[in-house]
Design a protein around this ligand. Structure first.
Ligand code: PLP
Length: 372
């Protein structure tokens, strides 16, 4: 049998990501591919850098996009900053904090875990107590927006505690970037990574990262080579510094970078603060509707992420059947529970282009139908 072209169904993506991609971004993907050292492309990459600085609220020179998904951004931060001699405090309140721990362990560095309940923000007091007892710690790592539970941690406070104890901070902003307030310079974040596929309304596969001057110094001065050649940021820093010569490191995913550029232009047109406000406004509408349907949130109101709404599956309701029904009848994807909440919760995303009134209305109507 001759295999035919793949034509995907037209879904509405309201899970934990990837989320709906803006049509503008999809059309940017189809623009003619140029060489990744073509002067026009290099000029566009300078714009990607300044747009990412805008999105992260940073002036960091080393603000760039890793050519791989968020997990690679995570790994890039850990493998570049750490050596086996280091001690790292990792806050764990869900699946992605646990992944940070694995990264540290694979490097052979010492990890000290601040365990916090799933479905809650990281407890700043628990971090402070741990740092007091472990003066040898040089790094603090935490997830700003824990996608596995829908909890938002207070990154500003956590970073200020880390600074008090002379630690560099590594922050996961895969789900938070453009969806909630995030200020890399004001909050003193040293290394941060995100993903293109969540609140940026872009296709999956790129990971924006940014390193403070202090973090960049650590990377430049390290004696032990980074064990991953591809993720060794010292090999691409010259490219992104804007001063050095642009030379070949790897073949850049040219068209995906057009898409990222377009999504960041859209963000700038909307305004970053307006994007945060839009996510919150749509979340308020959705949470009211979910409450009317009798669905309870996992996360207490003050610690809730607007862009990821985790609700308990009502007793007697078949998780898989409902999600299948939404997909078959409404072309609507919502997320299953993850980790401790597998089989117990649904995760409803309102990320980027999906954070619109029509999506909220569709989701509430479809859930009402499925549950009655
Ligand atoms: N960190 C968080 C908080 C995430 O939500 C995700 C993905 O959902 C990741 C890291 C990993 O990103 P990716 O799946 O793009 O590799």
């Amino acid at each position: 049998m001759t295999i035919q072209s793949f034509i995907p169904p037209q879904r509405t993506l309201m899970g934990p990501g990837p989320s709906d991609v803006s049509p503008r971004v999809l059309s940017a993907l189809g623009r003619p591919t140029v060489g990744h050292l073509d002067p026009s492309f290099v000029g566009m990459m300078d714009e990607v850098k300044s747009l990412l600085q805008y999105a992260f609220k940073t002036n960091n020179t080393y603000t760039m996009a890793v050519s791989a998904p968020g997990s690679a951004g995570m790994e890039a931060c850990f493998v570049n900053l750490l050596t086996p001699e280091d001690t790292v405090v990792v806050c764990r309140n869900g699946v992605f904090g646990a992944r940070m721990i694995e990264n540290v362990q694979r490097i052979g560095a010492k990890v000290i875990i601040v365990d916090c309940p799933w479905g809650r923000a990281v407890d700043p007091q628990a971090l402070e107590d741990t740092l007091k007892q472990n003066p040898q710690a040089g790094f603090v790592a935490f997830v700003h927006a824990e996608t596995s539970t829908g909890a938002l941690s207070d990154a500003k406070t956590l970073c200020s505690i880390a600074k008090k104890y002379d630690c560099l901070t590594i922050v996961d902003a895969v789900t938070s970037l453009a969806g909630v307030e995030l200020r890399v310079d004001d909050w003193g974040i040293d290394a941060i990574y995100s993903g293109s596929q969540k609140c940026l309304s872009c296709v999956p596969g790129l990971s924006p990262v940014s390193f403070s001057d202090k973090a960049a110094e650590v990377i430049k001065n390290r004696k032990l080579p980074v064990q991953s050649w591809f993720l060794d940021q010292s090999l691409v820093m010259e490219y992104w510094s804007g001063q050095g010569k642009r030379s070949y490191h790897h073949t850049a995913p040219v068209n995906s970078l057009y898409a990222l550029h377009e999504s960041l232009v859209m963000l700038q047109n909307e305004g970053l603060e307006q994007s945060w406000a839009r996510h919150k406004a749509q979340h308020d509408k959705l949470s009211k509707g979910l409450r009317d349907l009798g669905l309870d949130y996992i996360v207490p109101e003050q610690e809730r992420l607007p862009q990821l709404n985790s609700v308990y599956i009502p007793k007697g309701i078949d998780d898989v059947k409902v999600r299948q029904y939404l997909l078959n009848e409404y072309n609507l994807e919502i997320g299953a529970g993850l980790g401790q909440f597998a089989g117990e919760a649904w995760r409803i995303g309102l990320m980027g282009y999906a954070a619109r009134s029509e999506n909220v209305a569709l989701c509430l109507a479809a859930l009402k139908d499925a549950l009655t």
